[in-house]
Design a protein around this ligand. Structure first.
Ligand SMILES: NC(=O)c1ccc[n+]([C@@H]2O[C@H](COP(=O)([O-])OP(=O)(O)OC[C@H]3O[C@@H](n4cnc5c(N)ncnc54)[C@H](OP(=O)(O)O)[C@@H]3O)[C@@H](O)[C@H]2O)c1
Length: 354
């Protein structure tokens, strides 16, 4: 019997491209057919999946006929419209956008933490968390199971590709504009160098220059000065961990890294925890690599972990002035575990039940 049919909507984007890499690298392959889907702009484009050249289809209701699992890696408004259509036509939709994450009828799933929730999907939709929350969830989930999480204070160092292919293209163009120039030494000179290269700030997905800079902003403005990314970290962490009153405070910052989000995490637990215990628990997780030897200069950095599947954890310390509290640093590729890989793991686990 042929295997189930898998659709990838958004096959041509930053996350979709990484998803195709994941398809091509997988040893186990349960699927009988794959359909690649994008906007009419990309229809007809050829993409090779596991040695077979596939033609990208334009998104339309009929492309979901016969599909068992449809993964959505498209903007929020496209998912909001089309994931229910895929579900109506009989597919389970696994959505990577923000459209359904906080919907009570839609489970928000990280397989290492709450795989059991995927089966309860009244709308036929399963949501994938945002990349910032996801990058720390395997580590937080493992520590929570043992020590009972009470509070989370997080600062993110987010990569340009979190803003999609447009973010990658913009950072690379900005790097090209400042390369070899004496800039970053006087207020405003980076902006001048970008303008001289024809890069206007209005056209950027970021609210300030990103090359040679650090920008304390991600997403859109929400009430009381918070941004959407910071509220996602709070709300999604609560939902995934099943702790509705978890105290969370996040500051989301964009840094001039192409891909891989980092987070400095300050986590307080109900129970005492030592660094040795945390090391033992983190090192035992199949999806975590512990890199924590500061004496030898060993800790995770985006440049060393980009392109990898695991979450990398280091700088684990017992907080000096806060009881039952650990500080640590996490790096995770925002396009892999932070997006495509987590979605694929949900889809793969569904394939076993079809
Ligand atoms: N980047 C990350 O780190 C990250 C992490 C987690 C979640 N996400 C979420 O994943 C989704 C995709 O993000 P991305 O970064 O891959 O974005 P992207 O690089 O901008 O790619 C967007 C994809 O959506 C397709 N698309 C856009 N409008 C469409 C339409 N009207 N009909 C059909 N297809 C359409 C595009 O097709 P064309 O090429 O034909 O335009 C492209 O394949 C977003 O919801 C994002 O929030 C992203």
């Amino acid at each position: 019997m042929p295997g189930p049919v898998l659709a990838l909507v958004g096959a041509t984007g930053a996350v979709g491209t990484v998803m195709v890499d994941i398809f091509n690298g997988r040893t186990e392959w349960p699927w009988g057919e794959v359909r690649l889907i994008a906007s009419p702009r990309s229809a007809g484009k050829k993409i090779t999946v596991r040695g077979e050249e596939l033609t990208v289809l334009a998104l339309a209701p009929e492309v979901f006929d016969g599909v068992d699992v449809a993964m959505f890696d498209v903007p929020d408004e496209v998912s909001a419209q089309w994931a229910p259509i895929a579900a109506e036509r009989g597919a389970v939709a696994v959505d990577n956008s923000g459209a359904f994450r906080m919907d009570d009828q839609v489970p928000l799933v990280v397989p290492e933490v709450n795989d059991d929730k995927a089966a309860d999907r009244p709308r036929g939709i399963i949501a994938n968390p945002n990349c910032t929350t996801l990058s720390m969830m395997a580590a937080i989930g493992a520590l929570h199971r043992e020590f009972e999480l009470r509070e989370l204070v997080v600062s993110s160092y987010q990569a340009a590709s979190g803003a999609g292919q447009e973010g990658i293209d913009r950072l690379q163009a900005e790097y090209a504009a400042v390369a070899g120039k004496e800039v970053g030494v006087r207020a405003g000179d980076v902006r001048e160098a970008l303008a001289a290269a024809g890069l206007s700030q209005e056209d950027s997905p970021f609210p300030a220059p990103l090359a040679l800079n650090v920008v304390p902003w991600a997403g859109s403005l929400k009430a009381d000065g918070w941004n959407s990314e910071e509220l996602k970290v709070r709300n999604e962490s609560r939902k995934i961990l099943g702790i509705p009153d978890l105290k969370v405070s996040a500051t989301c910052v964009r840094v001039p890294v192409v891909t891989t989000h980092s987070l400095a995490v300050h986590a307080t637990f109900a129970n005492p925890v030592t660094v040795a215990q945390a090391h033992e628990i983190l090192a035992a997780q199949p999806s975590i690599v512990l890199v924590d030897n500061p004496e030898a200069g060993e800790f995770p950095t985006p440049a060393d972990v980009v392109g990898g599947d695991p979450t990398y954890v280091g700088r684990v310390r017992q907080a000096l002035d806060f009881p039952n509290t650990l500080d640590f640093f996490v790096c995770g590729d925002n396009l892999r575990k932070g997006a495509a890989l987590n979605t694929y793991e949900i889809a793969e686990s569904l394939a076993k039940t079809l």
